[in-house]
Ligand binder design. Structure first.
Ligand code: IMP
Ligand code: MG
Length: 193
């Protein structure tokens, strides 16, 4: 591989800088909003032991920061779902790729999501989790794309509302890349999911 930084190839798995556009939510803005969400959850669940259910892979970074901003004995679990298949828009057909390890009976569940677009994935998840006899199921989404929801979901905690653009960073990817960016930026490359 060349040592010239200008010759960095995509094969190295790094973000080609030209596909990452304007920063929509900065690292500092994320940090302060996540702290606020953590305080809110700490107040709302006082005396409880909520189970944070992060939806992989997009929510991994948000979960890491959010869980540290909550001053309660929380537990965490993970679920992986595939909602898009090969399409670029949600079909509403959700497949569970990795299920939870925890039993949800009588648990206060907080679903931690990266972004709500059509809301179809979330609507499926909420029904699925409620059927497991959880005491409550609420949602904490880092991002919500304005005006795109096909189902009117009741979102207890939302970080930021975003315009229609496809975004990457802070856990969100385009074809598997850019999850490690510490901010949320507009994606200007091809593909989109
Ligand atoms: P929904 O079912 O249409 O709400 O799809 C939500 C899921 O699509 C999210 O959990 C993400 O995994 C993915 N997604 C939607 N928009 C974006 C985006 O702008 N960047 C990266 N992933 C996205
Ligand atoms: Mg996702």
């Amino acid at each position: 591989m060349s040592t010239d930084p200008g010759m960095r190839s995509d094969d190295a798995g790094r973000a080609p800088a030209h596909s990452v556009g304007e920063i929509l939510v900065s690292e500092a803005e994320i940090r302060s909003r996540v702290a606020e969400l953590g305080e809110q959850i700490t107040r709302d669940y006082a005396g409880e032991r909520p189970l944070l259910v992060a939806i992989l892979r997009g929510a991994f970074m948000f979960l890491a920061d959010l869980s540290r901003a909550i001053d309660l004995p929380v537990e965490v679990d993970f679920m992986a779902v595939s909602s898009y298949g090969n399409a670029t828009a949600s079909s509403g057909v959700v497949r569970i790729l990795k299920d939870l390890d925890e039993d949800l009976e009588n648990r206060h569940v907080i679903v931690v999501e990266d972004i709500i677009d059509s809301g179809l994935t979330l609507s499926y998840l909420r029904r699925n989790l409620k059927n497991r006899a959880a005491a409550s199921v609420e949602v904490c989404a880092l991002l919500v794309r304005e005006g795109r929801q096909k189902v009117d979901e009741d979102l207890a905690y939302v970080g930021f509302e975003l315009p229609p653009d496809f975004v990457v960073g802070y856990g969100l990817d385009a074809s598997g890349l850019y999850r490690n960016l510490p901010y949320i930026a507009r994606y200007t490359g091809e593909g989109g999911d």
